[in-house]
Ligand binder design. Sequence first.
Ligand SMILES: *Cc1c(COP(=O)(O)O)cnc(C)c1O
Length: 329
Amino acid sequence: MIFSFTKTDRMYIAHCKEGGEWQSGVMQDFQNLSMSPAAGVLNYGQGLFEGMKAQRAADGSIVLFRPECNARRMQDGARRLGVPVVPEEMFLDAIHQTVSENSRWVPPMGKGALYVRPLLMGSGEVLGVAPAPEYTFVVYGAPVGPYFKGGLKPISLKISDEFHRAAPGGSGGVKAIGNYAPGMVPSREAKRLGFAEIIYLDAVHHRYVEEVGAANFFCVKDGVVSTPELTGTILPGVTRASVIEIARDMGHEVREEKVDVSYALSADECFCAGTAAVIASIGSIQHGDRAVEYCDGQVGPVTRRIHDTLTAIQQRRIPDERGWTVAVE
Ligand SMILES: *Cc1c(COP(=O)(O)O)cnc(C)c1O
C-alpha cells in the first residue's frame, strides 16, 4: 500500500450560501459530487484542501494529530480566497464523523493511516472572476502507506533553477488547490531523472530554500536546526511546527530563517517534514552540476531522533505531554 487513492465507505458534506451560515453537514455514502460546469472551483480554482492522518495508537484507539491546526489553517486559506470560513467546531466534527464511519479502513499501528482530506470549494455558478455564490465543504478519507517508497530510506532531491512554487503576495502560504498543478510537470520531470522530488528556491532572489514539493525543509549543521521562515510563500506545516518544538525540547537551537542554498548544501543533515511524508531523510541534493551527499547517504542521527520521537508521540507510544493527539470515538 502506497500513497494512492482507495475509496472508503462514507463522506461528509455541507453547503453554505455566500454571506449565509453553514447548514449542518451530513454523512452520506462515498459518491461523486454534482455541480454546474460554471462552478467557481472548476473555472477559477476557488478551493482549498487539507490533509491529516488518523492512525491506530498503541492503546488501540484511533487518533488524530493536532486537528485544530488544520481547522485554523483552512480558515486562514478561506479568508485569503474569499470563501466562507468553516467554524472550527464544525470542521472537527466533520473529521471525527468521517474517521469514525470509516474506521474499518484505519490500518494496524505502524502499517499506515487513514488519510483524511477536507475540501472547501466554490460550488455555485459564476461567470465573471469573482467569489462563487455557494460553497461546499466535503471530507473524505483514503487508507495510505508511506508517501515516499522506502520509508525513512534517504531520498535524492533536485533543486529547480527553472520553476518556483509561490511568490510574495500570492497564495503559497495557504493550501489553495491552484498552487499544486503548476508543480506537477517539474515534479514528474525530476522523478523521470531518478529524484524523489524537487526543491524550490524563492522567486525573488532564487537563492533561499522554500519547500520540497509539498513538504517543509529542514537542515542541521553543528547541532543547529534551521528551517525556512514563514514569509507568506511557505506553507505553515503542522509537522514543521511540531518538529520545531520537538527539536528545541531535545536541546537543539532551532532557527526559522532564510536558508541560503549554499548553507543547505554545506549542512550535516537535511530532511523534509509533512503529514504525508512524516519525516523523510534527504540523502543527496543536486544543484546544477553539483551533487552533495549527506551522512554517506544514510539517515542522520538528528533526523532519526526527531522522526522516532514524532512518530512515537503520534502513535502514543510515549506520553503525549503536549496533548497533540486526539482520540476518535
Ligand atoms: C501540506 C503541505 C505541507 C505540510 O504541511 P503539514 O501540515 O505538515 O502536512 C508543506 N508544504 C506544502 C506546500 C503543503 O501543501
